[in-house]
Design a protein around this ligand. Structure first.
Ligand SMILES: [Zn+2]
Length: 115
């Protein structure tokens, strides 16, 4: 598990495996009006010389008071892509939740699933 020697700063609202993920999170938060920044992304070049945990890109809100709101936005973000699988109304193909149209016949996913 994670080493506990280093407490994360309370402004850190996200820790990802890749800079791409962190950049996506930052974009989403900024769209939600929450100023934030990525930390650690420049340390990748030094990977191997620093503890791995500290090399993971993190997203920090600029103001700690935004933290709870940021976490709510991130919870919504996590829910977003994991929509339930659906079956195509035209050809009955079974499709994963992330597809918005049937790969077989092109029929678009009609109704959003109920929340
Ligand atoms: Zn179809």
């Amino acid at each position: 598990m994670f080493p506990s020697r280093r407490q994360l700063d309370p402004r850190c609202v996200y820790q990802g495996n890749t800079v791409v993920e962190a950049a996506h999170v930052r974009n989403v938060l900024e769209h939600a009006g929450i100023p934030c920044e990525i930390r650690n992304d420049r340390l990748w070049s030094a990977l191997g010389e620093i503890p791995l945990l500290e090399a993971w890109p993190q997203v920090w809100v600029a103001d700690e008071r935004d933290r709870e709101r940021a976490r709510e936005v991130l919870r919504d973000l996590e829910r977003g892509p994991s929509r339930p699988a659906w079956s195509c109304p035209a050809c009955d193909e079974w499709l994963e939740g992330q597809f918005t149209a049937c790969w077989r016949c092109g029929c678009e996913r009609s109704a959003e699933p109920a929340p």
